[in-house]
Design a protein around this ligand. Structure first.
Ligand code: GDP
Ligand code: IMO
Ligand code: MG
Length: 423
C-alpha cells in the first residue's frame, strides 16, 4: 500500500476535506500534519454535512485510525465542541487519537491573535483569529504547552507558570486582560480528564502501519500560497502545508511518502489578505462566489474569487513534488460561457514570468496574462468518468494539467462523496 500526502495547491479551501473523505474509504490511517482549528474541511456523506476543523477527515470510516499529528496546534475546547457535534451526528470517535507532541492552543493565544491583528492597524493579515500564529510562535520560542503535558500535572503547572510570565506582559502591553493562572490550570485538568485516553506517542502506531504496508493519508491544512516559508509572507499561516513537511508533522520518515496529491479548485479563491493576482472584482467574480457558495467554512467570510492561476499551480506542483492533481468544483464552471486561465504574470518592467513565484512586494504589482477558453454550458454534476465530461471541460483540464506538468488523478463535480471519480 502507500503513503499519500494530500495538500492544498492554491490559497486554501481547495476541497482537501472531501478528497480525504473519499480516499479514506480505503485508508487504514489518516494523520493531520499541521495547522489547527483555522481549518474548515467540509465533508458531505451519509453522516450529513460537517466542517471539520481539527479532526482528520478520515473520521467517518470506523476502520480508519485518525491522528491529530505532532505538527498541529490543538485548541482542546474547539476539539471538544467538534467531537460533540460529530457524536451528535452518530459518528463514533473510538478511532481518534492525539499526538502527545502536538502543541496546545490556549485561550490566551486567541486573545493575542485578536490583539496582534488590531495592533497591525491597516496592515492586517486577516487571520482566522483562532490563535494559530501565537501558538506556533510559542512553540518556536519553547514556551508552548504540549498535549502530552496534560498527563503530567506537576510539569503542566510549571509549564503554565513559565508561559504566563511572558504572556501576561504581552497581553497587558497590547491592552488586553491578564490571564488568571489558577483558573486556567483548573481548566487544563478538566481537559486532562476528557482527553487522557486519546493522547498517545504516535510512533508505535505509525511505525506499525508502515511496517505492515498499510494505506496512510497525510492531510494538509491550507494551501501552498499560505505556507509560512513559500507563501505570500507575511499573509501566511504559521506552519507549512507543503508536502515536504507532511512526514515531519505526521511523524514518519521522509522517504515513506510515495504519492503527493495536489488538490486544486477549477478556479481560484482566497480568504484573508495578501496578493491574489487572478482575483476578479467584477460580475464574473460574484458569479463564481454565488454558484460555488464561496464563504469561509470556519469564519463565514466571503471568499475572494478569481480565474484559475496557472503560474501558482506550476509553482505548487514543483514545490510539493506532486504526483497527481485532484481537480475540484468543475461543476461550478458549468454555466459560464467563457473561462480564463492565468498563464503568466507580467512584471512591472514588462517581462512575463511563468516558471517562478515572485515574492510578495513584486507579486502585489504583477498583472495576470490570460488565455480564454470556451465554456461547456452543460451540467457535469452527473459525470462519473473522464469520457463522460464535455470535450470543452476535458480541454480546460488538460490545459491545467499541462501548466502543472502533473497528471490529473481525480475529478470532483459536486460536493457529495459520490460526485468524484478517479481518472
Ligand atoms: P478544504 O478546506 O480544502 O477542505 O475546502 P473547504 O471545505 O473549505 O471548501 C470547499 C467547498 O467546496 C466545500 O463547501 C465543499 O462542500 C465544496 N466542494 C468540494 N468539492 C466540490 C465540487 O466538486 N463541487 C462543488 N459544487 N462543491 C464542492
Ligand atoms: P483550510 O484548511 C483558507 C488564511 C487566513 C489568513 C491566513 C493566516 O480550510 O484550507 P491563520 O488564522 O492561519 O493565522 O490565518 O491564512 N487561512 C485560511 N484560508 N482556508 C483555511 O483553511 C485557512 N486557514 C487560514 O484567512 O489569510
Ligand atoms: Mg476550508
Amino acid at each position: 500500500m502507500t503513503v499519500t500526502a494530500v495538500v492544498g495547491a492554491q490559497w486554501g479551501d481547495e476541497g482537501k476535506g472531501r478528497i480525504i473523505d473519499y480516499l479514506a474509504q480505503s485508508a487504514d490511517l489518516v494523520i493531520r500534519f499541521q495547522g489547527g482549528d483555522n481549518a474548515g474541511h467540509t465533508v458531505i456523506n451519509e453522516y450529513g454535512k460537517h466542517a471539520l476543523h481539527l479532526i482528520p477527515s478520515g473520521i467517518f470510516n470506523p476502520a480508519t485510525q485518525n491522528i491529530i499529528g505532532s505538527g498541529c496546534v490543538v485548541n482542546p475546547q474547539a476539539l471538544l465542541e467538534e467531537m460533540a457535534s460529530l457524536q451528535a451526528a452518530g459518528v463514533a470517535l473510538d478511532n481518534l487519537w492525539l499526538s502527545s507532541r502536538a502543541q496546545m492552543v490556549m485561550p490566551y493565544h486567541r486573545t493575542l491573535d485578536a490583539l496582534e491583528e488590531q495592533a497591525r492597524g491597516k496592515d492586517t493579515i486577516g487571520t482566522t483569529k483562532r490563535g494559530i500564529g501565537p501558538a506556533y510562535a510559542d512553540k518556536a520560542a519553547r514556551s508552548g504547552l504540549r498535549i502530552g503535558d496534560l498527563l503530567q500535572p506537576d510539569w503542566l503547572e510549571a509549564r503554565l507558570d513559565n508561559a504566563l510570565r511572558t504572556v501576561n506582559r504581552k497581553i497587558e502591553i497590547l491592552g488586553g486582560q491578564a490571564v488568571n493562572g489558577e483558573e486556567l490550570y483548573a481548566l487544563l485538568l478538566d481537559y486532562r480528564a476528557q482527553f487522557q485516553a486519546r493522547i498517545i506517542d504516535t510512533v508505535p502506531m505509525t511505525r506499525a502501519a508502515i511496517e505492515a504496508d498499510k494505506a496512510v493519508l497525510l492531510e494538509g491544512q491550507l494551501g501552498v500560497m499560505r505556507d509560512l516559508d513559500w507563501g505570500i509572507y507575511p499573509y501566511v499561516t504559521s506552519s507549512n502545508p507543503t508536502a515536504a513537511f507532511a512526514p515531519s508533522g505526521a511523524g514518519l520518515p521522509a522517504r515513506t511518502v510515495d504519492r503527493v496529491i495536489g488538490v486544486v479548485k477549477a478556479y481560484s479563491t482566497a480568504v484573508g489578505d495578501g496578493p491574489f493576482p487572478a482575483e476578479l472584482h467584477d460580475a464574473d467574480g460574484d458569479r463564481l462566489r454565488d454558484i460555488g457558495q464561496e464563504y469561509g467554512a470556519t469564519t463565514g467570510r466571503p471568499r475572494r474569487c478569481g480565474w484559475f492561476d496557472g503560474v501558482a499551480i506550476r509553482y505548487a506542483a514543483w514545490l510539493n513534488g506532486m504526483t497527481g492533481l485532484a481537480v475540484t468544483k468543475l461543476d461550478v464552471l458549468d454555466q459560464l460561457e467563457e473561462l480564463k486561465i492565468c498563464v503568466g504574470y507580467e512584471l512591472p518592467d514588462g517581462a512575463i514570468i511563468v516558471d517562478s513565484m515572485p515574492d510578495t512586494p513584486v507579486l502585489n504589482q504583477v498583472k495576470p496574462v490570460y488565455e480564454t477558453w470556451p465554456g461547456w454550458l452543460q451540467s457535469t454534476a452527473g459525470c462519473r468518468h473522464w469520457a463522460e465530461l464535455p470535450r470543452a471541460a476535458q480541454a480546460y483540464m488538460e490545459r491545467i494539467r499541462d501548466l502543472a506538468g502533473v497528471p490529473i488523478a481525480y475529478v470532483s463535480v459536486g460536493p457529495e462523496r459520490a460526485q468524484m471519480f478517479e481518472v
